[in-house]
Design a protein around this ligand. Sequence first.
Ligand code: PLP
Length: 377
Amino acid sequence: MTILYNKLRVRVSLDAIRENYRILNSISGNAFAVVKADAYGHGLIRVAEALAEEGADTFAVGTVDEAVFLRKSGCRGRIIALLGPVDDNDYKALVPNRIIPFVGNWEQLARLREAVAGAEKPLEISLKFDTGMARLGFRHSDVPRLLSVLGEEPLLRPVMASSHLATADEPGNWSFVQEQSRIFQAVLDALREGGVPVEGNIANTAGILAHGALHHQGQRAGIGLYGCNPLAGTEHEALGAKLRPAMQVSAPIVEIHPVRAGQSVSYGCTWRARRDSVVAIVAAGYADAYSRGLSNKGGMCLHGERVPVVGRVCMQLTAVDVTALAESGKSAQVGDEAFLLGGEGPGRISPEDLASWWGTITYEVFCLLGLNRREYV
Ligand SMILES: *Cc1c(COP(=O)(O)O)cnc(C)c1O
């Protein structure tokens, strides 16, 4: 779904994504490209095609539908559906589209056996284990029963075992990573001893950057592909410092006017000018996924300078204070581009800046702003 009727421009640099992939792949040996949620808002097909050219051969999406869409686009690599099959259509689509589902409970396993009955070739699957997220997955203690069920079912071929880390990007919580890693290793050992040699994968971007001991046959790289350093702001920041953000978002200024000292701007009169000021109105608002929570917080980048958001963010308009900009001799004009994310110069808005004003993480910022029309540069 794309937000069509607005003036936002989302620019995605595929070169940045390729370069980030090369970095993560060289650190981790074998990085799977996590392209779920429309490649974190960067565009599933364009990103997957660019990464396939860089040699990526394993892609991870969320739903089976997303996986089918990627397969039908011509993707020849392995495609993993992290969410696993949920409804009848999902189960039916796996075999004809050669999708590798995450399988994490007995119900899914039973329904998969029905779905593969009569298939010409076995369906490759990834066994998902819960080692601490307490979200999805089998437990370590399920391995003996899993081995016996899988032993009776030649049409299901487990090629991977997977688990997900809860705290890889929180250095204060790395003992939990060690604990998850220990359980995962025990799972892999038990599967191998049971005659099911699988490729392990547990590391996400933070795991790739900071936890070499967690590197198995594959690692799942998501946010790092899109240029965010999950260790930013921690003492281990340097580990991901080379990653470069790929998304910039801008919108035009549609009106500029003076406001007198004491005058308010926008709904609720939540901001009043402390001195005679100049305000620019930008054609972007919460209908464009620029959150209303950004009211009176943070800013945009205009002609390389930071201009603060003033008053409430409206549905399709947001005001910024350009008084200081005018004083520095760089006058703002109607039609100028204000960067909600990115831009050049000292006022550049990093994904981490925007996420912190928004009270969220860079992942959500990308997924939401990426709902707008994209162009590739
Ligand atoms: C999204 C996701 C990833 C990628 O994590 P990043 O922190 O973005 O690198 C890896 N594994 C699973 C299961 C995921 O859902």
